[in-house]
Design a protein around this ligand. Structure first.
Ligand SMILES: [Zn+2]
Length: 265
């Protein structure tokens, strides 16, 4: 599942290529059909895990990749009927087609008359952790929105209180804060809660741009050394050598990794 840093990086790349460019067409193919021809891209940017394409017509096209969505670039002549059948969204300029498949959600905001929908959308997406965030605001949103018995792993994945944290950073945050996977929101005070999001804010900002995602400064660039516990089940903890555990946990039974010693209850 792409996390906020991946989407912010993608938005930067698409913005570099497309901002100011005239598209031959932008087409939403699923779950509904919508098409504009000969439009100029004003900006491509991200908000949490959503990618927003602003057109000079005033339209905003937004997409959410969810668990399985992806973007690929094709030379225009290589677009086949099969590609179009799979696509949710296609942007074509003179030479290339930028194709989004398997999106969780695609939407279009009209220039006028959609103010309520735009406001509702903004309210549903919390502050974007790939940018400098007001962490006191995030703490208030968490306390005001979520129940004390919510598992911290579910709190961290909640995009309404703060957006950008996905399954990788979830396990990594619980590890560096030394919290067990059973930790609930009501178990921690505001200072600890703020620390979770401060760390997430640092990591998500640092991981925007090219290069592999990492949460550790040392250890070189090997996959096994870039992250503390994620995807390390059955291997020794990088701090204490205890074997890292993993299980499907939380509201949506997402794969979670932890060190039973560093994160003892
Ligand atoms: Zn450990």
């Amino acid at each position: 599942m792409p996390e906020g840093d991946t989407i912010a990086t993608l938005a930067q790349q698409l913005n570099t290529v497309l901002a100011g460019d005239t598209l031959r067409a932008i087409e939403v193919l699923r779950p509904f059909r919508w098409r504009r021809k000969d439009c100029v891209v004003r900006e491509v940017h991200s908000l949490g895990k959503r990618l927003l394409i602003e057109l000079d017509s005033g339209h905003t096209v937004q997409s959410h990749l969810g668990m399985h969505g992806r973007w690929r670039t094709y030379q225009l002549y290589k677009i086949t009927a099969a590609t179009r059948r799979r696509a949710h969204l296609i942007l074509s300029n003179r030479d290339y087609a930028f194709v989004c498949t398997n999106a969780k959600d695609v939407g279009v905001f009209e220039p006028d008359g959609d103010q309520l929908r735009r406001r509702d959308f903004a309210l549903r997406v919390g502050p974007d952790l790939t940018r400098q965030c007001d962490l006191d605001d995030v703490v208030q949103r968490v306390r005001g929105t979520l129940a004390p018995d919510a598992l911290m792993m579910d709190v961290l994945l909640n995009q309404q209180v703060a957006s950008g944290i996905g399954n990788v950073f979830k396990s990594e945050l619980l590890f560096v804060e030394g919290k067990p996977v059973t930790c609930r929101l009501g178990d921690i005070d505001d200072a600890e809660l703020r620390r979770f999001y401060a760390q997430a804010n640092v990591w998500l900002q640092a991981n925007v741009g090219p290069g592999r995602r990492r949460t550790r400064d040392s250890g070189g660039d090997r996959r096994a050394a870039r992250l503390w516990v994620y995807d390390r089940a059955g291997r020794p903890c990088l701090r204490c050598q205890t074997i890292v555990a993993s299980a499907l946990l939380g509201k949506d039974a997402r794969r979670t990794y932890w060190c039973p010693a560093c994160q003892a209850s």
